[in-house]
Design a protein around this ligand. Structure first.
Ligand code: UT7
Length: 351
């Protein structure tokens, strides 16, 4: 028995934010952003109205309908995000409530694997389905980056890249010969954990990190310190990224983990019908495409319209490609992601 994607859907917020709008807030240019990242515009959710779980629910409703099931049939939820509605509980239960999937108290699991969250989620779902534990797993990747970005000049290296959105799939068992997830490969290396991260607020207390650099300690607060005035004053409550380190590592790990997946199945890059990379940076995807010698028509890129939506990027890109008729029955679909952690992974799916 294998696991198939029975239904797929995505949701992106209405508000389009072009590069020219960002130039009003920070010292950047349309030309710089396009040249370095390929991004022309991204979407921002409606603040104080939309959240990752509400966007996830919108994508999930489409995936559920396309899978031809009722919401009550969902027996497990996996939610991947790095920008959750709450510090806790996770978005899985919030989306479950929003969807009204309360009939059989289906389990809900949140995973925090950033850019590779969807690939990790797919692998987790695959194991549950193959063991026969669940029959309809709802896997969602959703992000609301716009809420946590730094719109000052200091944040420009990170802020211009990210956008909001959600993608969802329904996973089911299949016994059809050759169909389904053929393999998933998951990897991590925490050596550079802080090089692409949002450190605060957190429970680290400066431990490991150097107290001053991350705004600790604040002697005026008794007990544990979660958010300090220094963090606010020193602008330490937004993500940071060593862009070049991430770029250089990504272009090594992407091809490596794709070749690992192909090797597991006795396949080669020529067998790939459609490649859906995590939409990190158009230059990264183009580099990997060239290395794998894949023609343009086999590679899905939509970062130009949505920016980097982290855990949502692969399901949004896959859903769009499917809607455009680019993913057909019998196609070998290759997914791959790399990001914060560092964590990375790949999946091969016979559609
Ligand atoms: O999903 C995984 C998440 N992240 C990634 O995949 C990111 C991977 N890395 C990248 O995509 C690239 O490293 C970036 C697009 C983030 C940056 O491009 P880069 O070519 O590596 O630029 P850089 O960081 O080396 O900066 C070059 C210059 C610097 O100025 P100086 O020091 O040369 O004067 C930056 O201050 O560009 C400046 N810069 C900007 N200029 C205009 C940085 N951000 C901006 C900006 N607009 N938004």
């Amino acid at each position: 028995m294998r696991t198939k994607i029975a239904g797929i859907g995505h949701y992106v917020p209405e508000r389009v934010v072009k590069n020219s709008e960002l130039t009003k807030y920070m010292d950047t240019t349309n030309e710089w952003i396009i040249e370095r990242t390929g991004i022309e515009e991204r979407r921002y959710a409606e603040k104080h109205k939309e959240t990752p779980s509400s966007m996830g629910a919108k994508a999930a409703r489409i995936a559920i309908e396309r899978a031809g099931i009722q919401k009550e049939d969902v027996d497990f939820i996996i939610f991947a995000t790095l920008s959750p509605d709450y510090y806790f509980p996770g978005c899985g239960v919030l989306m479950q409530r929003e969807l009204g999937i309360t009939n059989k108290e289906a389990g809900a699991l949140d995973i925090r694997n950033q850019c590779s969250g969807f690939v990790y989620g797919l692998s987790i779902a695959d194991q549950f389905i193959k063991t026969g534990m669940y029959k309809n797993i709802l896997l969602v990747g959703a992000e609301m980056h716009s809420m946590g970005l730094d719109f000052s000049d200091e944040g420009r290296g990170v802020t211009v890249i990210f956008g909001d959105g959600a993608g969802a799939v329904v996973l089911q068992p299949t016994e059809k010969e050759g169909q389904g997830i053929l393999t998933t490969c998951l990897h991590a290396d925490g050596t550079h954990a802080e090089e692409l991260a949002m450190i605060n607020p957190g429970s680290h207390g400066g431990f490991h990190l150097g107290t001053e650099k991350y705004g600790y300690p604040d002697p005026s607060v008794p007990g544990g310190v979660f958010v300090t005035q220094k963090m606010i004053d020193d602008n330490l409550l937004s993500p940071n990224m060593s862009g070049q380190l991430v770029f250089k590592t990504a272009i090594v790990k992407f091809p490596e983990v794709i070749k690992e997946a192909l090797g597991n199945c006795g396949l080669t890059t020529q067998d790939i019908d459609i490649f859906v990379p995590h939409q990190a940076n158009l230059r990264i995807s183009q580099f990997v495409q060239k290395l794998l010698r894949l023609p343009d028509e086999k590679v899905v890129n939509n970062i130009q319209k949505y920016g980097n939506t982290t855990a949502a990027s692969i399901p949004i890109a896959l859903s769009e490609a499917w809607e455009q008729g680019k993913v057909k029955e019998g196609d070998l679909v290759c997914l791959a992601a790399f990001g914060s952690g560092f964590t990375w992974g790949s999946a091969l799916i016979k559609w």
